[in-house]
Ligand binder design. Structure first.
Ligand code: SF4
Length: 296
């Protein structure tokens, strides 16, 4: 570790901004520092919640693979052979409640897109990995995000999360170089679908005004993130009872930060993805090979 090096030189070559890294910094700048700059592995000591989290994430990942197979046209009988609970139930809900209004001309499944961004005089990428983009070329696109959390997400909370801004922003920007693009912001919609409420997805329309606002906010945040010179520029979130409950109780760095003994109950989280347990291999999930080639 070389403490004098600026953050821009300590981030790995493959680093791309993503909704995960932006959300980590927004929630607690120290999280970003520990996960993305120092790339600290998961501490062993908070094993119990991490194991529970891992199990939920494993189930969620399996669910996504089932949907991926269905979306690329595999026969349902083949997909569901030998499925155990709750995956059989989740997949049945997907089959029954997959939104009927999704365009079917182009289906991009588990697709990673990125757009170049110039931040503080350097070239970076802002990347997003999509569960499904259903496209009617040059007319409209619906971004689907399948969620297997135990509760339906709150619309206001989802709207505020960086995912809801990064996904449509990157899609609009990247679509200019794609065969089915370009798409204007008002032709894009983000939709969260829940196993816990499969007939009631949360729909977030996008617009030219939101795109312009996102552009400003994203660049301001990315500039702030790379402007730090040392660890002190990435402070812990303020130590208040609310922040401990909301952030530290669900963070793998809790012991390291001396922010309480007890882990939060995963059932109290609206979305298990809010549990902060970034595995560096996952945190730095975008390599240049993953990202669709778009000119800088
Ligand atoms: S434990 Fe709290 S202060 Fe430490 S990185 Fe996590 S959220 Fe930030």
């Amino acid at each position: 570790m070389t403490p004098t090096l600026p953050v821009t030189q300590r981030l790995p070559e493959t680093f791309a901004f993503s909704q995960s890294s932006l959300q980590a910094y927004s929630d607690c700048p120290r999280r970003f520092w520990l996960a993305y700059v120092e790339q600290l592995p998961w501490p062993a000591v908070e094993a119990s919640p991490v194991h529970e989290y891992e199990e939920r994430m494993r189930q969620g990942a399996r669910f996504h693979r089932l949907i991926e197979r269905a979306e690329i046209g595999m026969e349902p009988d083949v997909i569901t052979a030998g499925l155990d609970h709750p995956l059989d139930d989740w997949f049945a809900k997907y089959q029954r409640f997959r939104p009927a209004d999704l365009p079917g001309d182009v289906l991009e499944v588990e697709k990673t897109l990125s757009t170049p961004v110039a931040v503080a005089g350097r070239a970076y990428r802002l990347a997003a990995k999509y569960d499904l983009i259903a496209v009617e070329p040059r007319r409209r696109a619906i971004i689907m995000d399948w969620k297997s959390a135990s509760r339906r997400g709150d619309e206001g909370q989802l709207r505020r999360r960086w995912q809801s801004r990064v996904y449509p922003y990157v899609l609009v920007e990247a679509s200019r170089a794609l065969p089915w693009g370009p798409l204007a912001p008002h032709q894009v919609e983000m939709r969260y679908w829940f196993t816990a409420a499969p007939s009631r997805p949360v729909t977030l329309p996008y617009s030219d005004a939101l795109h312009a606002a996102n552009h400003e906010q994203l660049h301001a945040l990315m500039t702030e993130i790379v402007s730090g010179a040392a660890e002190d520029d990435y402070p812990k979130v303020a130590d208040t009872p609310l922040n401990r409950k909301r952030f530290c109780a669900y963070c793998i760095y809790r012991s390291r930060c001396d922010r309480g003994e007890a882990a939060g109950d995963l059932d109290d989280l609206a979305d298990a993805e809010e549990f902060f347990a970034v595995d560096p291999a996952v945190a730095l999930e975008f390599t240049l090979d993953d990202v669709a080639e778009i000119e800088f």
